[in-house]
Design a protein around this ligand. Structure first.
Ligand code: S3P
Length: 425
């Protein structure tokens, strides 16, 4: 267990960092390459523990991979998965367990997926139910892992999801890849679309019409996939750059897929000084560099269709809001309670400890700013990487040192976090 201390920066953050690979895209690169026939080359793969859990799950399903260097790997597949000899361990990764539910449901064998303590508390009915409608069968412990997936012949469905969740959408689309007929998913508002973009890039018979995505059984083509930087990791630098006086930083190679850039819209609405440089394309995804300067901020309301576009950034947006003048209201974000921790309760409790004026609501929080971050206390991370990193950013403007317990959780998505921050001091 690693506790760390973080204290106020005496001068602003300066310089340039390369943002490491996107976690969501890394998972999908492994999954879809494993389903494609031939040799796939994945460049700039994430070093986070979660995408490595996906890689291990596929090793358990008989799909070989070989690292050429730390971030480049080859996957060799004949497009056929093999019956696993033991349980498939998804670690802390909800994306692995929920997307694999769709893939495994249509196989010719049965399998069992397990997860760590945090993952075993997360709701899985959201994938079990649509899979059952397709003729599949997943047994659970009262809606939680371990999940026993019985391989079945699936039929396409027209599924209208109650929640805007890329994990649910992707699970159904991946089951649709093995099902008879057409599978359609409609969401209440558009969630991240990396599954759609990458499946199309690999040749799947997939169609998007607004909030509706349809897929038919398809063979995927093995290709080279280069993964861009993760805007959810860049978010900690964006917020730090905006709130640490004197900062002026450049974040290189950040994914700018519009289904993920809600944090940039919020920062702009708050009056943040942010510039996008050198926009380009990478494996079907939009990418660019982001320049961030310290800014005077004003509060704003965050709710409705923007929520899925910044769902993972809300803990660090709470830190940002403590430095904005006025009342920031975050609403329609009840699903934050189902993440690696109950992120509404956890953010409110820990930010209050360090001096924020923040109140919990059923589906979000209300923050009154601008307040001093007092610090001088210990804070908890709740087995949650995004809580740990958000508290670190708050610590950079704290009057007195903050001790963050169990900081090692950052390794789930962003092992380079501390080194990169220290390179900007
Ligand atoms: C993810 C989707 C989001 C997000 C998670 C990664 C993905 O979850 O919170 O960190 O890669 O599909 P939901 O789709 O359940 O909101």
């Amino acid at each position: 267990m690693t506790d760390i201390k973080v204290s106020k920066l005496l001068k602003g953050l300066q310089g340039c960092v390369e943002i490491p690979a996107d976690k969501s895209i890394s998972h999908r690169a492994v999954m879809f390459s494993a389903l494609a026939r031939g040799r796939s080359l994945i460049k700039n793969f994430s070093s986070g523990a979660d995408p490595h859990s996906t890689l291990e799950v596929f090793s358990g399903l008989g799909i070989e991979h070989k690292f050429i260097d730390e971030k480049t790997l080859e996957i060799f597949s004949d497009g056929v998965l093999h019956s696993p000899a033991k349980e498939l361990d998804c670690g802390n990764s909800g994306t692995t367990m929920r997307l694999m539910s769709g893939i495994l449901a249509g196989q010719k064998f049965d399998s069992v997926m397990i997860g760590d303590e945090s993952l075993s508390k997360r709701p899985m009915r959201r994938v079990i139910e649509p899979i059952a409608l397709m003729g599949g069968e997943i047994q659970s412990h009262d809606g939680h892992a371990p999940l026993r997936v019985f391989g079945r012949r699936l039929k396409g469905i027209d599924y209208v999801s109650k929640i805007a969740s890329a994990q649910v959408k992707s699970c159904v689309l991946l089951a649709g890849l093995f099902a008879d007929g057409l599978t359609t998913v409609t969401e209440p508002c558009v969630s991240r679309n990396h599954t759609e973009l990458m499946l199309k890039y690999l040749g799947a018979d997939l169609n998007v019409e607004g909030k509706k995505v349809s897929i038919r059984r398809s063979l995927l083509e093995a290709r080279e996939i280069e993964i861009c930087g993760d805007i959810s990791s860049a978010a900690y630098f964006i917020v730090a750059g905006l709130i640490v006086p004197g900062s002026d930083i450049i974040l290189k190679n950040v994914g700018l897929n519009p289904t993920r850039t809600g944090i940039l819209d919020v920062a702009a609405q708050m009056g943040g000084n942010i510039e996008i440089l050198d926009e380009r394309e990478c494996a079907g995804e939009c990418v660019g560099d982001i320049r961030v300067k310290y800014s005077q901020l004003k509060a704003c309301e965050i709710g409705g269709e923007i929520i899925p576009r910044l769902i993972d950034e809300l803990p660090v947006i709470a830190v940002l809001a403590t430095q904005a003048q006025g009342q920031t209201i975050v609403k329609d974000a009840g699903d934050l309670r189902n993440k690696e921790s109950d992120r509404i309760a956890a953010v409110v409790k820990e930010l209050k400890k360090i001096g924020a004026d923040i109140v919990e609501t059923p589906d979000g929080f209300i923050i009154n700013g601008k307040t001093s971050i007092l610090g001088g206390v210990e804070v908890e991370t709740y087995h949650d990487h995004r809580l740990a990193m958000s508290l670190y950013v708050a610590g950079l403007i704290a009057e007195k040192e903050i001790l963050i317990k169990d900081f090692q959780w950052v390794d789930i998505s962003f092992p380079e976090f501390l080194n990169l921050f220290q390179s900007l001091d």
